[in-house]
Design a protein around this ligand. Structure first.
Ligand code: LLP
Length: 444
């Protein structure tokens, strides 16, 4: 390698652009997040461990509030939920989007006002609906015609529940085929183009227990461009105007879902939230004016962009080897705490922390400890050539859809979550122990 290429590799190795803003370099290759050394966290809480920068989560909430002052911003709990997260969202003035009785109960029992919660789901169980009605959830999103009469019956003659209709606007967007939900041929929502969304509104109007509060759409996830949102909004406003024309009602709310994309590796694009807010606002005003429609209250539901970049996964290297022409670095976590590379082919940028190395970089594949060849955390990444067992590897942008999708594979147990803030670390969710796992299996 030339000197220039060497320093370029070293710069790449040291690029902190996708790390939380509070990240700083310490001596001897150390790194701190939220004022706490990652090496100390690994020693105190053991590995694997997920670190969540509270300040970064809150700063991201404020970016949303500043960009969308006139809208309701709901945090999509499926990205990551814990009691502390519920409290932070409450303090930051967010609403919540939940999709199960479990997420809903956790939020409400942590003190979150049920009126500020919206319940989603393409297949809500009787328990989901009973819990939502018992706790007094603010809005329920209708996802199929069959749930309209069922929900009305569950509300009962004296009640009234606000509902939104989930619409498939026919706009395709999203970072992977499995997370594109804006067009027909996937399980969510009711089509705008074939008339089923409008038909659902007619059926809701026939149920006095249901109050049609508005329309909802979520076109996909990990979207990095503003354009598809603008196209979807235009179509949604068109549908609102048609609903007014045929049913004589003006729906007061329009929820445009989440899906705001983030960078997982340096140099990757992220959605520009300020541009999104500006373009949505302009399009909303213009298309409502053109249709002679009162401007509905806008809501958005980001998950990943609130919490993803605030999380860091810390692993200990357990084994290093070369097989064929590939070098493997195996760590003490894997697909049970992060199934995303296996599911969506997502690429991460792990980094050595807690030790400085002058060894030139080598291409390595970071794998997990699970008994499966597809248990790959980061394929073909550059790591110092002297990485060895006992080293610490950190994976940034680990806050969303890791632990919320964690599994019990190989009975390894799910990692703990540690919050860091202003120089202190505190445990939010403890590690799942073998005893926890044994307890569930009653041995019958
Ligand atoms: N609203 C609704 C109705 C949703 O279904 C979702 C995500 C969101 C909001 C939040 O989307 P976000 O802003 O987080 O992109 N497991 C996948 C992502 C699945 C997203 C499911 N729905 C991943 O790891 O990339």
């Amino acid at each position: 390698m030339t000197v220039a290429a060497l320093s370029e590799a070293a710069a790449g190795r040291d690029d902190l652009s996708v790390w939380p803003a509070s990240t700083s370099r310490l001596r001897h290759g150390g790194l701190s997040v939220g004022g706490v050394s990652l090496t100390e966290i690994a020693e105190r809480f053991d590995t694997p461990v997920y670190v969540l920068d509270e300040g970064e989560v809150r700063a991201r909430c404020r970016t949303y509030r500043d960009a969308f002052p006139e809208a309701d911003v709901l945090y999509a709990a499926k990205a990551f939920l814990s009691r502390a997260m519920v409290r932070w969202m409450d303090e930051e003035g967010f609403g919540l989007d939940v999709c199960s009785a479990g997420e809903l109960e956790l939020a409400v029992t942590s003190g979150f006002l049920p009126e500020r919660i919206t319940l989603h789901g393409n297949a809500k169980s009787p328990r989901d609906i009973a819990t939502a009605l018992r706790l007094g959830v603010g809005r329920i999103v209708i996802d199929s015609p069959s749930e309209i009469a069922r929900l009305a019956a569950a509300v009962g003659p004296d009640g009234r529940q606000k509902v939104l209709v989930r619409v498939v606007p026919g706009v395709s967007a999203g970072g992977h085929e499995k997370i594109r939900t804006g067009t027909a041929g996937q399980k969510f929502g009711l089509s705008l183009t074939d008339g089923s969304a409008q038909h659902a509104i007619a059926r809701i109007l026939g149920q006095p227990q249901l109050e049609p509060a508005g329309l909802h759409c979520h076109i996909g996830s990990q979207i990095t461009e503003v354009k598809p949102y603008v196209a979807a909004l235009r179509r949604m406003v068109g549908l609102m105007a048609r609903i007014r024309d045929s049913h004589g009602i003006v729906l007061p709310e329009l929820n445009m879902g989440g899906g705001h994309g983030i960078a997982y590796r340096p140099g990757e694009p992220a959605l520009d939230l300020t541009a999104l807010a500006r373009r949505l606002r302009t399009e909303l005003l213009e298309s409502c004016a053109a249709a002679g429609l009162a401007v509905p209250r806008l809501a958005i539901e980001p998950g990943r962009a609130v919490v993803g970049p605030a999380g860091v996964a810390l692993y200990r290297v357990l084994a290093v080897k070369q097989t064929g022409d590939r070098g493997f670095v195996a760590v003490d976590g894997g697909m049970s705490d992060n199934p995303r590379p296996a599911l969506y082919g997502v690429r991460y940028a792990p980094r050595l922390v807690g030790r400085s190395s002058t060894a030139p970089d080598r291409t390595a594949t970071v794998v997990g400890r699970h008994c499966e060849a597809g248990d790959i955390l980061a394929a073909d990444v550059q790591l110092p050539g002297d990485v060895h067992p006992g080293d610490l590897l950190a994976v940034p942008v680990a806050g969303a859809y890791h632990l919320s999708m964690a599994s019990g594979y190989n009975l390894v147990g799910r990692p703990p979550v540690v919050a860091v803030h202003e120089g202190t670390a505190r445990l939010l969710v403890r590690r799942e122990t073998l005893e926890d796992i044994r307890h569930r299996d009653i041995g019958g």
